[in-house]
Design a protein around this ligand. Structure first.
Ligand code: FDA
Length: 512
C-alpha cells in the first residue's frame, strides 16, 4: 500500500511490520484512496442515517483474513492512538460499529464459518456469520433443532449476542447470550482466550454487556435447542373499528401468561381508512407456536377468545420456514437466508429506534394517546410493537447474564420511526417525533431506572463524552440497559481493559 503524508501512515507501517506476512495484510487494508474503500464501508451500513457525506469515516478499514491481522490491528491502533470500531453485521441502530468522532479504524469481522454438531447439539459460529446462515446450516442437518436467535436474518451474531439477543424462542429458551457455552475472544493485549482462559466474569460480560467494550469476539459456541418438526404461525389484524383497543388492553393482561411455546406480539401502525381516506390504526396480533394448529386453537380459545383466532389465520410449517414468514419472505427459497443484502422489512432505510419495558398494564387513555401520535404525519411508516415477556424470562435470575430484563415485565415496547431518502433533509422531524412519543410514555413504563434494551441502541438515553468515560455519566444509560449488572460489567472492564482502549459512546467505563 502507498504511504502518503497521512495521519495513519505510522499505523499502516506498523501493520506491515507487525504482520508475519505483509503481503496478506496489505490485501485486507482499505485506505480512503483505495477504489474499494466506499464499497467495503457501505457493504453493511444498515441505517442510511449514517451514510451521509457528513458522517465521520474511518481512516482505514481492515478486513482480517487471519487471527494475526486482528492482533496486529489492535497493537498498532493502540500504539498510534487510533480507536477501533468492530463490525460484524453492521446493524447497530446508532451506527457505532462504523462511525466515531475521533480518528478510527473499522475492523470488519469477516470470519463466517458455521459448524453444526447435531449429535452434541452445539454449533461453533464465527462472529461475522449472520443469523440466517446459522439457521440455514442448522436446518440443513436437522428440522428439530434451532438456536434462540433473532428474527431478522441479516443480523450479525457478533453484535447480536454481545447485546443479549432476543427472538422467536426467547420465552422458551432465553436470550441468545443465555445459549452460549463457550467463545473465542481477543483482548486488548492480543491474547486469544476461550471460556476457560478468560474466566467466568469476562465470559459473563461478553454475553450481553454490549458489543465493543471488552475486546473482539471471534466466535461463539452455541447451544442448540429442540423445536418440533411442525410449528404454527399466525397473524391477525384488527382496526380500531374492529375493536383493536379492547383487544390490546386484554392482550396486555394475558400475553405474558401464554405458554412458553409462544412469542406473542402486537404491532401497531397507521393506515389510510378505505371509507373516508382518514387514518386509522391497525393492530396486528402475531405469534409463533411450537406445536400444531390443533394444539394452539384450544389454548387461544380458552385464554384469548376475544381475538377469535381460527384455523384460517394459522399456518403450519417447519421452524426455519417460520423465520421466512416473520421476515415476510414466505414462499422464497431457504437460500435467501444466506443473502447478506439488507432489506428493511418495515419501510424506509433511515430510522430511529427506542425501547421501553412495561410492568403494569397501560390504560385505555394512555393507549389512545399512543394511537393519536401514530396518526401524526411523521409516523406514516412508524411501527410500535409490544413484545410479550414472561415464560422462561420470569425464571432466569436477573444476574445470570448482563441482560437484566427478566421477571416482572409484562412486555417490551419497540418504537421504530423510519423514512425514505427523499425525506432525509427533514430527518430531524422524525427523530423529534420519536422523542415526543418516548416522553409521552414516561408515566406508563418502567421507572428508576427507565429500562431499555441494549441491542436497541439509543444514544438519547445517555452517552459517554468523546475520549472520556466517567462512571457516573455512564451509569445513566448503563443502569437502563443493565440495571445492577452494570457494576459487575464495570469491574470486568477495569480488569480486562483498564486503559479503556475499546470504547465508544455507550461502552462500559473502567474505574480509575
Ligand atoms: P454491528 O456490527 O453494528 O455491531 C453492534 C455492536 O457490537 C457495535 O458496538 C460493535 O462494535 C459491536 N460488535 C460487533 N461485532 C463484534 C465482535 N465480533 N466483538 C465485539 N463487539 C462487536 N435485536 C434483537 O435482539 N432481536 C431482533 O429481532 C432484532 N431485530 C433487528 C432488526 C433490524 C432490521 C436491525 C437493524 C436490528 C435488529 N436488532 C435486533 C438489533 C441487533 O441485534 C443489534 O443491532 C446487534 O448489535 C447487531 O449486531 P451486528 O453484528 O449486526 O451489528
Amino acid at each position: 500500500f502507498s504511504m502518503g503524508a497521512l495521519p495513519h501512515e505510522d499505523f499502516l507501517q506498523c501493520l506491515s511490520l507487525r504482520s508475519n506476512d505483509s503481503s496478506t495484510i496489505s490485501s485486507v487494508i482499505y485506505t480512503r484512496n483505495n477504489p474499494s474503500y466506499s464499497t467495503v464501508l457501505e457493504s453493511t451500513i444498515r441505517n442510511l442515517r449514517f451514510n451521509s457525506t457528513n458522517t465521520p469515516k474511518p481512516l482505514v478499514i481492515v478486513t482480517p483474513s487471519r487471527t494475526s491481522h486482528f492482533q496486529a490491528t489492535i497493537y498498532c491502533s493502540r500504539k498510534h492512538g487510533l480507536q477501533i470500531r468492530t463490525r460484524s453485521g453492521g446493524h447497530d441502530y446508532e451506527g457505532l460499529s462504523y462511525v466515531a468522532k475521533v480518528p478510527f479504524v473499522v475492523v470488519e469481522v469477516n470470519f463466517r464459518s458455521v459448524d453444526v454438531d447435531v449429535e452434541n447439539r452445539v454449533a461453533w459460529v464465527q462472529a461475522g456469520a449472520i443469523l440466517g446462515e446459522v439457521y440455514y446450516r442448522i436446518a440443513e442437518k436437522s428440522r428439530t433443532l434451532s438456536f434462540a436467535g433473532g428474527v431478522f436474518h441479516s443480523i450479525g451474531v457478533g453484535g447480536f449476542i454481545s447485546g443479549g439477543g432476543f427472538g422467536l424462542l426467547f420465552r422458551k429458551y432465553g436470550t441468545g447470550g443465555d445459549n452460549v457455552i463457550d467463545a473465542q475472544f481477543i483482548d486488548v493485549n492480543g491474547r486469544i482466550l476461550d471460556r476457560k482462559s478468560m474466566g467466568e466474569d469476562l465470559f459473563w460480560a461478553i454475553r450481553g454487556g454490549g458489543g465493543g467494550s471488552f475486546g473482539i469476539v471471534l466466535a461463539w459456541k452455541l447451544k442448540l435447542v429442540p423445536v418440533p418438526a411442525t410449528v404454527t404461525v399466525f397473524s391477525v389484524s384488527r382496526t380500531l373499528e374492529q375493536n383493536a383497543t379492547q383487544l390490546i388492553l386484554r392482550w396486555q393482561e394475558i400475553a405474558h401468561q401464554l405458554p412458553d411455546e409462544m412469542n406473542p406480539d402486537v404491532s401497531m401502525f397507521s393506515v389510510n381508512s378505505t371509507q373516508d381516506g382518514r387514518k386509522t390504526i391497525l393492530a396486528s396480533f402475531s405469534s409463533l407456536f411450537l406445536g400444531t394448529i390443533d394444539e394452539l386453537l384450544p389454548i387461544m380459545q380458552q385464554r384469548f377468545p376475544e381475538l377469535g383466532l381460527s384455523s384460517q389465520d394459522c399456518s403450519e410449517m417447519s421452524w426455519i420456514e417460520s423465520i421466512l414468514y416473520f421476515n415476510q419472505l414466505q414462499n422464497q427459497p431457504l437460500e435467501i437466508l444466506l443473502n447478506r443484502t439488507f432489506r428493511n422489512p418495515v419501510g424506509g432505510q433511515y430510522y430511529k429506534i427506542k425501547s421501553d419495558y412495561v410492568k403494569e398494564p397501560i390504560s385505555e387513555t394512555a393507549l389512545n394517546g399512543l394511537f393519536s401520535r401514530l396518526s401524526d404525519e411523521e409516523a406514516s411508516s412508524a411501527i410500535i410493537i409490544f413484545m410479550a415477556y414472561g415464560g422462561i424470562m420470569d425464571r432466569i435470575p436477573e444476574d445470570a447474564t448482563p441482560f437484566p430484563h427478566r421477571a416482572g415485565n409484562l412486555y417490551k415496547i419497540y418504537y421504530n420511526v423510519n423514512w425514505q431518502e427523499q425525506d432525509n433533509v427533514n430527518s430531524q422531524k422524525y427523530i423529534d417525533w420519536s422523542r415526543r412519543v418516548y416522553n409521552y410514555m414516561t408515566p406508563f413504563v418502567s421507572k428508576s431506572p427507565r429500562e431499555a434494551y441494549a441491542n436497541y441502541r439509543d444514544l438519547d438515553i445517555g452517552s459517554n463524552n468523546v475520549g472520556i468515560t466517567s462512571y457516573t455519566q455512564a451509569s445513566v444509560w448503563g443502569r437502563k440497559y443493565f440495571k445492577n449488572n452494570f457494576d459487575r460489567l464495570v469491574q470486568v472492564k477495569t480488569k480486562i481493559d483498564p486503559e479503556n482502549f475499546f470504547k465508544h459512546e455507550q461502552s462500559i467505563p473502567p474505574l480509575h
